[in-house]
Design a protein around this ligand. Structure first.
Ligand code: SF4
Length: 376
């Protein structure tokens, strides 16, 4: 690989193991491959070591995602982090996140994560009601989530995200309001609120095709989204990305790297890297991966695709895109590429273009996929 001279880099580690598969999930993860844990760890460590020109970079964010990284032993996570620390220069205030699920973390594990330098945790709750958790295939109850949250706070984590979902089967507007209101009592620093997407190849998709899934109407979906936006705003959260809300200063720096098309290196099964205008995709075959056959595909992103990525990733941020940042990035005025598309979306009430900033309107956020498609 050839790497750029750019100093800033973010790292992503993919841990593709879960205790059991949630019925809506199409992430690359397995619930039947515990026998791979040790070989997988070795392969990740080897992949990190074999990354060339490591000394060129300073790492500002690390994200350990999955899957369920917190399912793994303390040693699994700490050995990988130690390898990163030994091989990369990590900045003093780096944001280091781990994704966790209730029932996979105890006090000892949480303390170890903290000691290993992890300073941000993301906890998957999804819904407050036990009957809904059951319907979507989560393995925990609300009380187990609360226990997990308290364990994390007591271990000293002062930057916690809670993931919640709306438009779930059998979820009423009251259920959703109860979910939002109850997590607010806990005062997390960050909330991610996603609308259910019924992905192909999931058990939910099969049920949907058979007309057996209780799908929420578009109107109720929008009411739920409006509710969470309003409630979080009233409670001092900044709505900084379509699905993400944070207390001031707690925006997820790692995800902002993706939305702003900055450079990152991904390690692990199916992980992607974006370095020097090229995208590297790792194999999704775990048997190949543990034999150290990592990269499946390298793609030089063409100019046209880079423009499009810049638009549809950047517009996810509520602050929008600065005209001058497009020019800085590509040396060309945004109107030379997207004048018609921008004008059309403004006319349709989906974008605004004021003071050198182009951003989605409220209606544009609701129809963001329509807007993004225009730039592809
Ligand atoms: S825990 Fe997360 S990654 Fe694992 S199956 Fe559920 S949603 Fe998917």
């Amino acid at each position: 690989m050839d790497y750029s001279e750019n100093n800033d880099l973010s790292l992503y580690i993919h841990v593709p193991f879960c205790a059991s598969k949630c019925l809506y999930c199409d992430f690359l993860s397995f619930s039947d491959k515990n026998a791979y844990f040790e070989d997988y760890k070795k392969a990740v460590i080897n992949e990190i070591k074999s990354f060339t020109n490591k000394q060129k970079y300073k790492v500002n964010t690390i994200f350990i995602g999955g899957g369920t990284p917190s399912l793994m032993s303390e040693n699994f996570i700490c050995d990988i982090l130690e390898c990163i620390y030994n091989n990369f220069h990590i900045t003093n205030n780096a944001e280091i996140t781990i994704e966790t699920n209730p029932v996979t973390v105890d006090k000892k594990k949480a303390n170890c994560f903290k000691k290993a330098g992890i300073n941000r945790v993301s906890i998957g709750l999804q819904a407050w009601q036990n009957h809904i958790l059951k319907i979507i295939g989560r393995i925990h109850t609300r009380d187990q989530f609360l226990e997990c949250f308290n364990i994390m706070r007591n271990a000293g984590f002062d930057n916690i995200n809670i993931d919640i979902m709306f438009s779930l089967p059998k979820q009423s507007e009251n259920d959703w309001e109860e979910t939002v209101e109850n997590i607010l009592v806990l005062e997390p620093e960050h909330v991610s609120a996603y609308s259910l997407i019924i992905e192909e190849k999931t058990p939910f998709y099969k049920l949907y095709e058979e007309n057996k899934l209780d799908v929420v109407s578009d109107d109720i979906d929008r009411n739920m989204y409006e509710f969470v936006k309003k409630k979080l705003k009233e409670n001092g959260y900044i709505h900084y990305e379509i699905s993400n809300f944070a207390k001031n200063g707690f925006e997820c720096r790692h995800n902002i790297v993706y939305w702003k098309r900055k450079e990152y290196a991904g390690f692990g099964l199916g992980a992607h890297s974006f370095i020097n205008g090229k995208r590297y995709s790792n194999t999704i075959n775990i048997d190949e991966y543990i034999k150290f056959n990592y990269i499946a595909e390298t793609e030089k992103i063409g100019l046209r695709d880079s423009y499009a990525e810049f638009m549809f990733l950047g517009l996810r941020m509520i602050e929008g895109i600065e005209r001058k940042s497009f020019k800085n990035e590509f040396g060309i005025d945004i109107d030379n590429v997207y004048k018609n598309e921008i004008e059309k979306n403004i006319k349709n009430g989906l974008l605004t273009d004021k003071n050198g900033v182009i951003k989605l309107t409220n209606k544009g956020i609701d129809l963001s996929n329509v807007v993004f498609a225009e730039f592809l």
